[in-house]
Design a protein around this ligand. Sequence first.
Ligand code: SD4
Length: 338
Amino acid sequence: MLHRRRFLQLGSAGLSAISLLSFKKATPAGRKPIVISTWDAGINANKAAWQVLRNGGRALDAVEQGVMVTEAEQSCCVGLGANPDRDGFVTLDACIMDEHFNCGSVAALERIKHPISVARRVMEKTPHVMLVGQGAQQFAVSEGFPLEAQKLSDDAAKEYKKWLEKSEYKPVINVERTKGQSAFAPNKLSNGDWNHDTIGMVAMDANGNLSGSCTTSGMGFKMRGRLGDSPIIGAGLYVDNEIGAATATGQGEDVIRIAGTHLVVELMRQGLSPEQACKTAVERIIKIKGAKAKDIQVGFIAINKKGEHGAYCIQKGFNYAVCYADDHNELIDGKFIL
Ligand code: SD4
């Protein structure tokens, strides 16, 4: 244990040298604080979350501020820049959960830039967990969130126009980052990027408390009114501060079917590592789907109370961002089964 005076004398350079040393010595089990999030957009989101965590902030603030970055990135397909539903409306879903089983969620929310923050207000200011549609929007406005213009982003407008040519409703979701495999790519953007409709983030702060967030535009060109897993506690996101936290991405219907993230956390409770727990949940989906599993993607990411992280997905192409130091924010390919 460092003497307080010596500790102060070290200044920030010395401190980061010490923390680097301890990070080097630590096994993957020793990371605290830590934040992980889905897809490559997670790198930028983690940076914002890390600013909160590195200063001793609460995991709840970290996971809100982290995914707000993605919601605001018009180039990314989370938030108001995303593809619309089949009737041309961008409808957003989000949920958040803290270390005390407090949770809040909004679904089918239109014209609000930061659904995650509205979800947090639902959690903190109402006796409810979920608000949907017009009621969610009314609540957001009453809380001072500005009502944005009802306008598609340029990318989304182009994609929608193209989609309208056939209006083919294919509830097949992103096997993202598999450029060239168009059979699996209903959401390819005209700029060549794949559509990551969702960001899920889970974090543990310096006090060892866990929180998570998940925010999405859902499936591009979905039926009006369709909800996926992302706003559903226990499906798209679950946190149990005694055990761990998990979030999901991919075909929401199949995550809901197995109460995916709740399952992952319960498997960790039984002693599985985050990676093993994610793998077992993915295997369950594959078992249920049979031959149809090859047409979908689902990925889970998780951390446990020791600060270990892990992920698994159905098929190649999923990745997640892991950050546990100023100079450690890396993209890791999720292991896959098919
Ligand atoms: C949904 N799980 O609405 C979301 C979609 C997603 O990357 O994760 N897209 O089903």
